[in-house]
Design a protein around this ligand. Structure first.
Ligand code: FMN
Length: 320
């Protein structure tokens, strides 16, 4: 899998997820087999670039691996400026968000709200592609709603505009996250464009990963929620695709090390106040099977101190 001049180690990609795919999580997923990890989206509105949240999102200049940074917005010139900023900060790929279904984003005609406006889509894509000398990629849904599923039209515009890879989430905006993702539109897109196509939506197991790759013919797959609390899914899929067999499950000790390392990295990245707060949701995802009553979660979420959080987690994991 190549994106422009960048050769990926493999074709299993971590999806951009605002509030989830921060730098510690991207680095963790890459260390556990993700071929690429796309950043959280950055708004093209310069007024927010100085906020603490945006500054943390822009912290990638010395990150390992290929740095793909996502931008969201609706104004071609503003998107071009945002793309230039991300490249100045070290982005090696600029990814454009035309998939986000959030009302806050859509009401500014950004994210998936752009899909019913192919001319604006084209203007944004051309503006961004012409503004930077790194590859530009695009992420879309299959359309605004099932009656106007124009994913193929948008894909062809993307190809003509110089987009170098296209990720497609197999749902429309109207579907939000309901029902099951469909892969027929992704298959049709793959059959009709020559740029690399990345299939996305509901890939949560090694078998599903293989099925989606085979069914759509896509060049790569992208995993979002399936990596929450399971960043090792990338190694598992790589192994399955290579050998046709499931790899041995991780040892308890290895899982403990990954969890503690992740929580520690969050503390270091976000600091001692925000770090423990951000760690709570990740730990909740990791332990959702074994802590079904939520007893440990309530205890863990009441802790504010980073050291106490790590000690409590370690004690819990050692007694499992
Ligand atoms: C919490 C959350 C945040 C997300 N944020 C973004 C985002 O910033 N940009 C984007 O293009 N997609 C975003 N998405 C969509 C995912 O990238 C992905 O397309 C979607 O979750 C479907 O893939 P999955 O079934 O593997 O999770 C987000 C999804 C979730 C669950």
């Amino acid at each position: 899998m190549r994106i422009g001049q960048h050769q990926l180690d493999n074709n299993i990609i971590l999806a951009p997820m605002a509030g989830v795919t921060d730098r510690p999580f991207r680095e963790l997923c890459r260390s556990l087999g993700a071929g690429l990890a796309v950043s959280e989206m950055l708004s093209s509105n310069p007024r927010v670039w100085n906020s603490k949240k945006s500054k943390l999102r822009m912290d990638y200049h010395d990150e390992s691996g290929i740095r793909s940074v996502q931008i969201a917005g609706s104004e071609p010139a503003a998107m071009a400026a945002a793309a230039q900023l991300t490249v100045q900060q070290g982005a090696q790929i600029v990814d454009i968000n035309m998939g986000c279904p959030a009302k806050k984003v859509n009401k500014k005609k950004a994210g998936s709200a752009l899909l019913p406006h192919p001319e604006l889509v084209q203007a944004i894509l051309e503006s961004v592609v012409n503004a930077v000398d790194v590859p530009v990629t695009l992420k879309i849904r299959t359309g605004w709603d099932p009656e106007s599923r124009n994913g193929l039209e948008i894909a062809q515009i993307a190809e003509q505009s110089g987009i170098q890879a296209l990720a497609v989430h197999g749902r429309t905006r109207q579907c939000l996250y309901n029902g099951l993702a469909e892969y027929d539109t992704i298959k049709t897109i793959k059959e009709n464009v020559t740029i690399p196509v990345i299939a996305n939506g509901d890939i949560t197991s090694v078998e599903k990963a293989k099925f989606v790759l085979d069914y759509t013919g896509a060049d790569a797959i992208m995993i979002g929620r399936g990596a929450q609390g399971a960043p090792w899914i990338f190694n598992e899929i790589n192994h399955y695709l290579k050998t046709g067999e499931q790899c041995a499950p991780l040892e308890k000790m290895e899982i403990t090390q990954i969890l503690l390392g992740h929580v520690q990295a969050l503390h270091e990245f976000y600091g001692e106040v925000m770090g423990p707060r951000i760690a709570r949701k990740h730990v909740g995802w990791y332990l959702k099977e074994q802590d079904q009553s939520g007893y440990f979660k309530r205890q863990f979420n009441a802790i504010d101190s980073p050291i106490e959080q790590l000690n409590t987690l370690e004690t819990y994991l050692n007694h499992q």
